[in-house]
Design a binder for this molecule. Sequence first.
Ligand code: CMX
Length: 136
Amino acid sequence: MPDKISHIGIAVASIEEATLFYRDVLGMEYEGTEVVSEQKVKVAFFVIGESRIELLEPTAPDSPVAKFLEKNGPGVHHVAYEVADLEQRLAQLKAEGVRLIDESPRMGAHKTRIAFMHPKASGGVLTELCQPGERM
Ligand code: CMX
């Protein structure tokens, strides 16, 4: 079992514009913005209980989020679950024949190690597993 929902990723064309809704309309606590160059995205986090909303803005035309926005427009992009031992979990999923995008962890925001499962393996929902680094 994953420990909790780490965050819900939402694809947006502009973090600046979307912040007006999450911070000013909903009144959520803005935690900060970071560029995750490996994923070609800029991300902003808003705290909600023990979880977060992650806004994702593409930083390059070939970013996976740019492709998503082109096809679907803005909206829910992925759900991320926190796990204690990401490598062990990936090995287990691989052994079970689950289709993975990342067979080994990559670096995400806040020095969190992340890996994605393919949306075709999870009922059409892009699913991320993450193991926290310096915060959470
Ligand atoms: N949620 C659900 N389905 C998705 C999806 C998403 N976010 N992104 C793509 N898909 C679906 C597409 O609709 C498509 O389905 P159909 O074949 O039925 O049309 C299929 O997956 C293939 O999609 P595609 O548009 O052709 O795109 P690619 O195959 O080139 O890439 C994916 C899709 C998921 C493999 C790629 O986006 C990926 O590797 N994602 C993981 C990395 C990522 O998203 N990083 C950004 C966030 C980083 C962070 O949070 O730090």
